[in-house]
Design a protein around this ligand. Sequence first.
Ligand SMILES: [Fe+2]
Ligand SMILES: [Fe+2]
Length: 481
Amino acid sequence: MKKILDHMKLKGYLPSPELLKLPESELTRFVETLTPASGMNILTQDLYTKYKQQNPATKKIDLGSSKVEIIRSFGLNKSVSSTNSFVSFYNYRFARLSEFVKRRPEMQSAVSIKHLSDTNASGDVKFVGMIVDIRYTSNQNAILEIEDPTGGTRVLVANSKKELFLKVKELVLDEVIGVIGSRKGNIVFANDLVFPDIPSSFEYKRAPDNVTAAFVSDVHIGSVDFLPDKFQKFIDWTRGRVGTEKNKTDAERLAYVFVTGDLVDGVGIYPNQDEELNIKDIYAQYDAFEEYIKQIPDHINVIMCPGNHDAVRLEEPQPVLGANLLKTLCQYKNVTLVSNPSFLTIHGIDGFSGLKTLMYHGYSLDHYCAENEYIRNKGGYDNIGFAMEFLLRKRHLSPTHSASPFISGSEDSLIIDPVPDIFVAGHTHKGAVHKYKHIDVLSSSCFQKATSFQEKLGHHPNPGVVPLLNLKTRHVTVMET
Ligand SMILES: [Fe+2]
Ligand SMILES: [Fe+2]
């Protein structure tokens, strides 16, 4: 409360005793609307009543309570740069991902690669390994070089096995898979390839309350291409002020807003960026961002993580945005700041265990949409939900070594564990809704029109597309601002 009182004095106001009874966040919102005055003026209840008449809060239906719990949000773990530490980081990744593969019923009794030669006379083998090379013979059979910490082997996948060969097209370097096959000499002839994947046994959870979550990202404030009218329309919608009757009902039920990175355009992100900025100071960009988010009613939880344009390190996990950037919002009780990626539970109340949510800005999606033929053939950026499903099947947000910059710390924050109920990403500027098993796979779009760089690459962003998830029905609708 002292901070807000000091802020009021700086603006030239003192509150009357009745106003001091208001919740701090409400008083903050009120003060933000005041223009600085000369001398010292008393803020009366009448002035506040006038403000409320001009700024009616969203009509709030009974949402029950709402709740955000952080499961995993990563701090500034130090980079590990020695070769030995790097090896142990990859051994950790291998151990975790191979656990998921070995839990698959068909992979029971898998052995390590060094024990492949101990197998029975038939030569049938099952093992788990990391892919270090994929190449093709002159007659288009695939040869996979696969390693585990005990050794390596070659695996041949015959292109005559049509269904199995489709799985080869999905493979990427450095991912961990299971192999079922038969060994002849130094080579294993594959009969099946098994991904870590999401088990089918997960319950399809529905919240007891009829509440909604909205997913936005890539606001890019500071860019000349930022679309202020669209973003303000979204903010006004959270206040129940715009849209169709259905939009307004959705807003009344709104309990959670996710902002999945690239809150601002940043400074020095790419060469000559300053020519495309209308706010060139990074702190001023975040100040402008705060002015929008502050208008969201305080009964709505706002959850935010950084992206590659934000002013934290680029390497993943990107840490939480600090109080130096989000000076006011970091004090708001309804605002939760988390790392990229992060795992949260929302709406775990009244005996309901909540919906686990994986929030990832999505940097690695560029790599797979550009470099991976399998993803490109499925539509690439125009089918981004499928590219996100692809990552879920790998149980890793960036399985290939160079797909996104990362910090090799004591744990691998990009492993997908626990299994989420909701997987949300941004970054590609393509709004999309997809389902994979029990998981709602959601891509929020952006509030920036196509930049000259995106136009050069032939990208087609769809700004202002906002997926809305009803937590009770698990039905997703798309709102366009
Ligand atoms: Fe972005
Ligand atoms: Fe991004």
